[in-house]
Design a protein around this ligand. Structure first.
Ligand code: 0X9
Ligand code: CA
Ligand code: ZN
Length: 342
């Protein structure tokens, strides 16, 4: 493979000399691999997941959960000991990139996967989490929307479903079934919060539904940006959930962990305190299975720069979110330890 690439480089080199002004030389990505700077585009996420699996085959396995509307792969990486076997270990789900323009919400879970794998052999706490649990990470749930945000419209939010009326896109975070169609979602196809014609109409949300049906997740964390918030159900109503106190406590703990790293304030609050929204991922998983489910709205804090977080902040945003993610993983394992195991 290396050799073949080498030959291509030699063949392409003279061509590039003539194409200096056409912006399609060997260092610029070909069509289909548009440049997202230091952020990872779809192709780079796929390549990175494959690289992690081949570097850590005993503890990392890439799984295809299905295809997006336009046929891109929706991928998860499972991280655990004996990764090829489904073991009776507490499972946790991290999801990124429901919304196309929220690029940091892809890179944070991707960096989390990389961190767990690269530190497995040297960090006792990480080794224990990986050995004792099954950690599922879906870094980019909306690959079509993400790609469109790179190539056409940086502020695109929804997926790229053709609504067949001249409009495109369903808001994946309004397409889950729990109280689908309720307040804070729209029935209008052109709306940024269009919920789709029916719950789980989209293959992207369907992939999460299928995954959750096959596994017994003990907690979920869904990454978005921006505003620096740690949110928990309910989002479709202002009422407290039966587990309000527990999730508030956990959200506070995560916010404390985050603040401890770079002194950034993330506010723990019920989702509906941000605004009412129905059909989101966390209301659905919590509503269906009663397991603690969180949305973290990553940096920045305010609408300037809003969704377009400078790439110089990717690493620090990951760093501050790492201990919150590790806390949640450990929480699922401690909760399991209180009942039975081993
Ligand atoms: O509106 C959303 O889906 C999330 N915010 S974002 O700006 N990233 O789009 C927030 C979802 C939180 N859930 C509720 N408020 N119900
Ligand atoms: Ca295992
Ligand atoms: Zn979002």
């Amino acid at each position: 493979m290396k050799r073949i690439l080498g030959i291509w480089k030699i063949l392409l080199a003279p061509m590039c000399a003539f194409m200096l002004f056409s912006a399609s030389c060997e260092n610029t990505p070909p069509p289909g691999n548009p440049d997202a700077g230091l952020y990872h585009n779809y192709q780079e996420v796929t390549a990175e997941l494959a690289a992690l699996q081949s570097q850590f085959p005993a503890i990392a396995k890439v799984m295809d959960l299905g295809n997006s509307v336009q046929g891109r792969k929706i991928q998860a990486i499972k991280i655990s000991d004996n990764v090829g076997t489904e073991e009776e270990e507490p499972e946790i789900l991290f999801v990124g990139g429901h919304h196309a323009r929220e690029w940091i919400a892809v890179d944070v879970p991707l960096l989390l996967a990389k961190h767990l794998l690269q530190n497995y052999n040297t960090n006792i706490a990480i080794k224990k989490m990986v050995d004792d649990g099954e950690i599922w990470i879906v870094p980019m749930l909306n690959p079509d929307g993400h790609q469109y945000s790179v190539t056409n419209d940086r502020l695109w939010r929804k997926n790229r479903r053709n609504n067949n009326d001249g409009t495109f896109g369903v808001d994946l975070n309004r397409n889950y079934s729990y109280h689908w169609g309720g307040p804070g979602s729209s029935g209008s196809t052109f709306s940024e919060t269009y919920r789709g014609p029916v719950a789980f109409s989209e293959p992207e949300t369907g992939a999460i539904k299928t995954l959750a049906a096959a596994h017994e997740f003990k907690a979920m964390l869904s990454y978005h940006n921006f505003s620096q918030l740690v949110l928990f159900p309910w989002g479709h109503t202002n009422s407290n959930s039966p587990d309000h106190a527990l999730m508030l406590n956990m959200a506070r703990k995560m916010a404390d962990e985050i603040r401890g790293v770079h002194n950034k304030n993330y506010t723990p609050q019920q989702s509906s305190d941000l605004y009412l929204a129905s059909g989101d991922a966390t209301d659905w998983l919590y509503g269906e299975t009663s397991v603690p489910s969180f949305t973290i709205e990553l940096r920045p804090r305010s609408s300037s720069p809003g969704f377009i977080l400078p790439e110089s902040e990717i690493q620090s945003t990951f760093e501050e979110n790492l201990p919150a993610a590790l806390y949640l993983i450990e929480w699922t394992q401690a909760a399991a330890g209180m009942t039975v195991t081993m």
